[in-house]
Design a protein around this ligand. Structure first.
Ligand SMILES: Cc1cc2nc3c(=O)[nH]c(=O)nc-3n(C[C@H](O)[C@H](O)[C@H](O)COP(=O)(O)OP(=O)(O)OC[C@H]3O[C@@H](n4cnc5c(N)ncnc54)[C@H](O)[C@@H]3O)c2cc1C
Length: 465
């Protein structure tokens, strides 16, 4: 039986990041992956979805062109096949980028098979077994599809197959209004499909702040069909699927599944290890070392069922890889940052509203509306609301939730200031150019600062020499 220092199960973002740390110390390692290579991010995730969003955004701009004195926009049309071809062309480019790095080591360090634990150091790869001193589980996740809906499966498509579609039918229901559902649902709507978004409770894009959430929900409802309450049963008639909800039903030609993702743990043979697992089957692991119990096993990326965010999957892979070839060290994770690339963007940076309410100690809230915000008026993107949170005791900036034009950039500023442990007053002493959407963030910070400090007299905002 072949013996390795380290075996990495999964050649996604997390597994590949782990590999980079492992190869610094040993050449006696192997990466095992039985699925399609190229990573979830590049093949069916972050990148193709962003291409579709860009196309939808560009087409949607036609609605404001006449107001800007540019005529003919109403004559623009969408060539569905052309759109999907473009999405796949750029997707293939991203996959080629991932695969080019692969070529250097694939021949000597890769086995294209699925792996199952026999014991803590041994993996069954089907027609062969291998042993490794350390094993890293980086098997990712897959879209949730309820078993009971199997008889209707021909009506469903998940994100694994969505980008392969040459054409799409007219009427599409998007099930789930989390990050993926909102991004793809709004894009399809803006490309002219008859879309109904169906959410379970009142959640939207991962927001927890009740004010921002309600604002976003209302704005989405003004733009497209959305309904909440969750699907109770399914039916079919005239070649359409019927999603039956408590008070009404939604009919569609196809349903895009976006109900979340489940860690890939099935058939991994975890039952052959003496470990505790949580309700989702995820082994207990140390969140600072990513070690599973005291076993020579590490776990990283979407398979932990925690974040489902690419930069976190990469970080966790790096930590798991490092700890697999060194005495395990504890690492702190980065300041939270989550972005939904809807229009406007939905973002959570630093502590969320739920986090600040759960935390001990009082907090204050500052806010701004982007209706009437200078640069947003210029861009004709005057929709948005942002709330920032600060600690009453220390004046520290804690975090923000927003539904804001160019929110992706504002969220980075907030996350960076939180990571630097800046107070709200110190954040306000940083430069803000004019006219930019960042001035909207400054308005919210000023509002917050006045609540944390002197309500009548705001700070001078310029550090003294
Ligand atoms: C539509 C969509 C949009 C997204 N957009 C964003 C975004 O904008 N920003 C962002 O930060 N994140 C986004 N994400 C999330 C991001 O893509 C993931 O967090 C990230 O790709 C997870 O990487 P991973 O390495 O954990 O898993 P993966 O890349 O899925 O890799 C897991 C690998 O393990 C292999 N495997 C599974 N089981 C076994 C086994 N038993 N044996 C061997 N191999 C196995 C699989 O074949 C796979 O190659 C998006 C995801 C989706 C689906």
């Amino acid at each position: 039986m072949k013996k390795y220092d380290v075996a990495i199960i999964g050649a996604g973002t997390s597994g590949l990041s782990a590999r980079r740390e492992v190869e610094k110390v040993t050449d006696n390692y192997v990466v095992v992956d039985g699925g399609t290579l190229g990573t979830t991010c590049a093949r069916v995730g972050c990148m193709p979805s962003k291409v579709l969003i860009q196309v939808a955004h560009d087409f949607h701009r036609r609605e404001v062109l006449a107001q800007e004195g540019i005529h003919g926009g109403e004559k623009l049309t969408v060539d569905q096949q052309g759109v999907m071809k473009h999405v796949r062309a750029l997707r293939d480019r991203f996959v080629r980028g991932v695969m080019s790095g692969f070529e250097e080591w694939k021949e000597s360090h890769f086995i294209g098979k699925y792996a199952q634990f026999i014991d803590r150091n041994t993996l069954d790869l089907g027609d062969e077994k291998i042993q490794a001193d350390k094993i890293i589980i980086a098997t990712g996740s897959k879209p949730i599809f309820p078993e009971a809906w199997k008889p209707f499966s021909s009506y469903f498509m998940d994100t694994d197959v969505f980008f392969e579609q040459e054409t799409l039918p007219e009427k599409i229901a998007v099930l789930g209004l989390g990050v993926i559902g909102i991004e793809l649902g709004q894009s399809l709507h803006r490309l002219g499909f008859n879309v109904t978004g169906v959410g379970r409770r009142d959640g939207i894009g991962g927001l927890s702040d009740p004010v921002v959430k309600e604002y976003a929900r209302n704005k989405f409802a003004e733009e497209m069909n959305i309904s909440f309450g969750g699907v109770q049963s399914l039916g079919e008639a005239d070649g359409q699927i019927i999603l039956k909800m408590e008070s009404h039903e939604v009919r569609a030609d196809k349903v895009l599944l976006a109900m979340g993702r489940r860690p890939n743990l099935k058939n991994l043979g975890l039952e052959n290890l003496d470990i505790n697992v949580n309700n989702s089957g995820v082994p207990d692991y140390n969140r600072k070392t990513f070690q599973v119990g005291d076993l020579p096993i590490f776990i990283a990326g979407d398979v932990t069922g925690e974040n489902g965010i690419l930069h976190e999957a990469a970080d966790e892979g790096r930590i798991a890889g490092f700890n697999a070839v060194h005495s395990p060290e504890q690492f702190t994770t980065r300041t939270p940052l989550a972005i939904t690339f809807s229009a406007p963007n939905i973002c959570v940076a630093g502590l969320s509203y739920d986090d600040v309410t759960a935390r001990e100690g009082e907090f204050a809230v500052g806010e701004v509306s982007f209706e009437g915000q200078g640069r947003s008026i210029v861009m004709l993107e005057e929709i948005g609301h942002l709330r920032v949170y600060g600690c009453k005791e220390t004046g520290a900036l804690l975090g923000a939730e927003m539904f804001a034009p160019h929110g992706e950039h504002l969220a980075h500023l907030v996350a960076w200031a939180v990571a630097m442990k800046l107070t709200v007053t110190q954040t306000l002493a940083l430069p803000f150019y004019h006219p930019v959407v960042e001035e909207g963030l400054r308005t919210a910070l000023r509002d917050l600062d006045s609540k944390l400090n002197n309500p009548k007299k705001g700070p001078l905002e310029i550090s003294n020499l």
